[in-house]
Design a protein around this ligand. Structure first.
Ligand SMILES: [Fe+2]
Length: 362
C-alpha cells in the first residue's frame, strides 16, 4: 500500500510533535504524508536552538530542504533554499542548528533512522549526493521540461533527476495570474509543498502557504489558477508524463486505461509483448481486440482502435494493402495504383505468376 491521497493539507494549522528517536532529539516534526507499510514519509521538521548530532547515516534516501534559519552540515552553512539529496547509507557530516531552523525532510524508502557513523555503508550510491543552494546558485528555467507541457507561466529549478526511475525533485513557481485550463494526470505520484503563495485547482480548491499534497498516480488535477503566484517544492517518484484532457468526471481507472491506450497506439509492439508476458493481468475493455493484445478503452477517443493507422501499427500482419481490399476506398486505391505503377513495395509479393488484381478497381 502506497501513501494515500492527501490534498489539500495545510501544515500551518497543525502542531509539532517531539521526536524521541536517536539522532532527532531536540527536533520536532509534523507528518505531511506517510506510507504505513514501509514508513516512508515527508515531514516538516523544526530543529530547536542548539540542535546537534554527530556524523551519521540513514537507511532511506533522504531529501532535505531548508525553509528558514540555518543548518550547519560539517563546515557548510545551509541557508534558506538549500537542498540536499543524501543517498541511503551515505554518511553525512555532523549537523547543528545553533539558532534553530525549519526544514522539509523526505524519507523516500523507509522510516526516519539515524546511525552514528563517519563512513559510508558499502552499498551507498554516494555519486547521487546533491548539495546546492537552490535560491542563490541555480537559475530559473522554463517549465516545459516534458512534452506535452504545462502552460507558460511556470518556471522550474531541477534539483535532482534520477536516471534510473526518472523521478524528479524541483522548485517551481506559478506567475501571478497563471492559468491552465485543462485537466492533467500522470503515471507517477506527485508531491508538493507550498513554500509561499497560493494556487487553486478545480478539484481541490486553494492551496495556501504551508499547503501540501501527496497525489497518487492517475488522479485528475486542473484546471489551475494562481492569483498572486507561488513558489513550491515539488517531487515525482517516477517519470512525469502529462496526460491532458477536458473530462472532469473521469476516474483513476478510466485515466489509467486511457494511458494504456496511448501505449497501445504509440508503442504497439511493446504493448503486445507486455501483454503476452503479463498473462491475464490486462484491462478487459469493451474495445475490439487486435491480434492477441486487447485494446484498452480510451474515454476521449472511444473509436481509436478502428482507425486504419492504429490497426496497422498494432498488428503488423495487417497492411495498408489489405486495407485497400477490405475497404476499397478511392483515395487508398489511388495510392495503391501509384505504388504498382512505380514499383513501390507495399505489403505483398508481386512476383508470383498467379498473382492478379481482379478485385482492384483502378
Ligand atoms: Fe501534476
Amino acid at each position: 500500500m502506497a501513501r494515500p491521497h492527501i490534498e489539500p493539507f495545510v501544515e500551518l494549522n497543525e502542531g509539532y510533535k517531539k521526536f524521541k528517536i536517536p539522532g532527532f532529539v531536540g527536533a520536532d516534526y509534523k507528518t505531511l504524508s506517510l506510507d504505513v507499510d514501509n514508513g516512508a514519509c515527508s515531514l516538516k521538521v523544526r530543529m530547536r536552538d542548539g540542535f546537534k548530532r554527530p556524523p551519521g547515516l540513514c537507511y532511506s534516501d533522504l531529501e532535505i530542504f531548508v525553509l528558514t534559519g540555518e543548518l550547519n552540515v560539517g563546515e557548510e552553512i545551509c541557508r534558506e533554499g538549500h537542498y540536499i539529496f543524501l543517498p541511503a547509507g551515505m554518511a553525512l557530516e555532523a549537523m547543528s542548528a545553533p539558532k534553530g531552523c525549519e526544514l522539509i525532510m523526505m524519507y523516500n524508502d523507509s522510516e526516519p533512522s539515524f546511525e552514528e557513523s563517519d563512513a559510508n555503508h558499502k552499498l551507498a550510491l554516494k555519486e547521487g549526493f546533491v548539495s546546492v543552494n537552490s535560491y542563490e546558485d541555480m537559475p530559473w528555467a522554463g517549465g516545459s521540461i516534458v512534452s506535452p507541457s504545462v502552460a507558460t507561466g511556470v518556471f522550474l529549478k531541477l534539483l535532482r533527476f534520477d536516471p534510473l526511475t526518472e523521478a524528479m525533485t524541483f522548485l517551481y513557481t506559478m506567475s501571478p495570474e497563471f492559468i491552465q485550463d485543462n485537466i492533467s494526470y500522470h503515471d507517477c505520484a506527485e508531491e508538493s509543498y507550498h513554500i509561499w503563495g497560493e494556487s487553486w485547482m478545480m478539484q481541490f480548491g486553494d492551496l495556501p502557504t504551508g499547503g501540501y499534497f501527496w497525489r497518487p498516480s492517475y488522479i485528475n488535477h486542473g484546471a489551475f489558477r494562481s492569483k498572486l503566484g507561488c513558489i513550491a517544492l515539488g517531487r515525482t517518484d517516477s517519470k512525469l508524463h502529462n496526460y491532458f484532457h477536458f473530462n472532469p468526471w473521469s476516474n483513476p481507472d478510466e485515466n489509467k486505461s486511457r494511458a494504456a491506450a496511448f501505449l497501445y497506439r504509440q508503442r504497439p509492439q511493446l504493448y503486445k509483448w507486455v501483454h503476452m508476458q503479463g498473462g491475464h493481468n490486462h484491462p478487459h475493455g469493451q474495445a475490439e481486440h487486435v491480434g492477441a493484445a486487447p485494446a484498452p478503452d480510451d474515454f476521449e477517443n472511444p473509436e481509436y482502435v478502428d482507425h486504419p493507422q492504429t490497426k496497422m501499427l498494432a498488428d503488423q500482419t495487417c497492411t495498408f494493402h489489405e486495407m485497400d481490399h477490405l475497404h476499397d476506398k478511392d483515395a487508398i486505391a489511388a495510392a495503391h495504383k501509384f505504388a504498382h505503377e512505380n514499383g513501390i513495395a507495399h505489403g505483398h509479393d508481386h512476383s508470383g505468376a498467379d498473382h492478379t488484381h481482379d478485385d482492384d478497381e483502378y
